[in-house]
Design a protein around this ligand. Structure first.
Ligand code: ACO
Length: 311
């Protein structure tokens, strides 16, 4: 009978039908979605930290408002994604426990420090730019709640990308020191942004199956190439130089050739040994612990309200 169910399931995927929470699904499909979606949610939550570092030091009220809004959006994306993941039968407490105990992964990119204001520009431009390229295909993913969450998330990501690029335009056209600051941020964020899109296809353990299930619609290498081809002209437009001496337009292939990515660095960061992994976890776990009394008070308040209603 399972075989029959599995055949029906595969046929639905082939017809591009969305799979919904109450539908039958193979256990591996469920697990792999929990893995990717919860990692995605954790990335949004941890992703607030590098930028949160600059909210109090934004150079103008306008910049501060935009940065605050962006960081709040990220919290929203995280909560949205946790809710979507809960529909697969894992509780939010379990996901938090996995993150806080260091068992769960989150995106490598958020383990780099934000040293100058230009990093806010580079993150919006490059990190959110890469995130959009990765997430637009996910609007078409086979699991309904994930696909729907991604539609809204992508709209907000596009505002994030533009606010970052606008910061870079301003700095690149500013004083020599400001331009230098923008170039320095590009130099530091370029390679980690390429790594963020995941290991190369030949070592990506999940891609083949995830493509079959239409969880992933494009491979890591295809997304990386798309990101590079899209971003290089944007750098040129504002007079910044991509820190890759091997970067070259390939007329025949119609895309850029690029230099060797330092995959050792990537795996070190993924394994917890990046420049900021420890600080990020400490900040996250600290915030969770400091917020305990708020959660307890909210629960007691909800219970009292319920009791009053019943009287
Ligand atoms: N950072 C940390 N871990 C990573 C990264 C990364 N940038 N890329 C891949 N990995 C991990 C995978 O999670 C996997 O580990 P696991 O088996 O323990 O789960 C392992 O490396 C092998 O990689 P893949 O087989 O390529 O994994 P997958 O098919 O899941 O592809 C990808 C990775 C592209 C990140 C995919 O999961 C994805 O598209 N996720 C949704 C988007 C997302 O999470 N974005 C987060 C950052 S965007 C933002 O928050 C602004």
């Amino acid at each position: 009978q399972i075989k029959n169910l599995e055949e029906q399931f595969e046929a639905r995927i082939a017809r591009d039908e969305k799979i919904e929470p109450k539908d039958w699904m193979p256990e591996k499909y469920r697990k792999t979605h929990i893995r990717q979606m919860s990692q995605h949610a954790h990335s949004e939550i941890i992703g607030m930290l590098p930028e949160g570092n600059w909210i109090t030091r934004a150079p103008s009220l306008r910049r501060k408002v935009a940065l605050l809004a962006k960081v709040q959006d990220e919290a929203g994306h995280g909560l949205y994604l946790y809710s979507a993941t809960e529909t697969l039968g894992i509780s939010r407490d379990e996901m938090y426990e996995q993150l806080h105990s260091g068992k769960a992964k989150y995106s490598s990119i958020f383990n780099y420090p934000t040293i100058t204001w230009a990093d806010m520009g580079a993150i919006g431009w490059l990190v959110d730019g890469a995130a959009i390229i990765n997430q637009v295909p996910l609007c078409n993913t086979s699991y309904g709640p994930y696909a729907r969450a991604m539609i809204r998330v992508c709209k907000e990501e596009s505002f994030h990308q533009r606010q970052g690029y606008e910061i870079m335009i301003k700095l690149a056209n500013g004083t020599p020191e400001q331009k230098e600051m923008a170039q320095d941020a590009l130099n530091r964020w370029w390679w980690p942004s390429l790594m963020m899109l995941g290991p190369t296809d030949d070592v990506s353990v999940h891609t083949a199956q995830s493509m079959k299930w239409k969880l992933k619609r494009k491979s890591n290498d295809d997304l990386r190439q798309q990101f590079i081809d899209q971003t290089v002209p944007q750098a040129e437009l504002i007079g910044l130089t991509i820190p890759d001496p091997d970067l070259k337009w390939n007329e025949e292939k119609g895309c850029y050739d690029f230099g060797e990515i330092n995959w050792d660095e990537f795996w070190q960061v993924v394994k917890g040994h990046g420049p900021m992994n420890k600080e990020r976890m400490k900040a996250r776990v600290g915030a969770w612990e400091r917020g305990e009394w708020v959660r307890d008070a909210a629960m007691v308040h909800a219970e009292k309200k319920q009791e009053r209603k019943q009287k």
